[in-house]
Design a binder for this molecule. Structure first.
Ligand SMILES: [Cu+2]
Length: 144
């Protein structure tokens, strides 16, 4: 894609310019990852290091975006909607009345990925339905 084409595509949503890489048609609007009743769309997203990725609950059900403990590069911090320090804390929260990590329909969550590598995550209430996803973070490319 040349730069002109990229800018035209980016004009459809501010988030697109930040997100960079897309799997066509699976994410629309300003967000990078949408949600169905029991899946993330796209399930796998590739971005450059330093990219802020936005999840947006495009479904009619409540979800979470919850990292699998340790399934991210060494040196990266634990990440999850609700901003917890660990997967245990995120799960405890889901089982509490507070549910700070819960994304209601129309809610969004954003996380910036600084370190290259693979980040595995899931939705707490729909893990049994295989509602899981991966963010692959690549070294920034230097454009000529
Ligand atoms: Cu879910």
């Amino acid at each position: 894609m040349n730069r002109r084409t990229f800018l035209a595509a980016a004009a459809s949503g501010a988030g697109v310019a930040l997100a960079g890489c897309f799997e066509g048609g699976q994410a629309a609007g300003d967000h990078d990852v949408g949600m169905t009743i029991s899946s993330f769309r796209p399930k796998e997203l590739t971005v450059e290091a330093g990219t802020a990725v936005e999840w947006f609950n495009t479904s009619s059900h409540s979800h979470t975006v919850t990292a699998y403990q340790g399934l991210y590069p060494d040196g990266a911090e634990y990440w999850a909607s609700g901003e917890f320090d660990s997967q245990d804390a995120a799960v405890d929260d889901w089982q509490s009345t507070e549910q700070r990590g819960k994304l209601e329909p129309g809610d969004s969550y954003e996380h910036t990925f600084e370190l290259p590598g693979s980040y595995e995550y899931y939705c707490i209430p729909h893990e049994e339905s295989n509602m899981v996803g991966t963010v692959i973070v690549e070294e920034p490319t230097t454009e000529s």
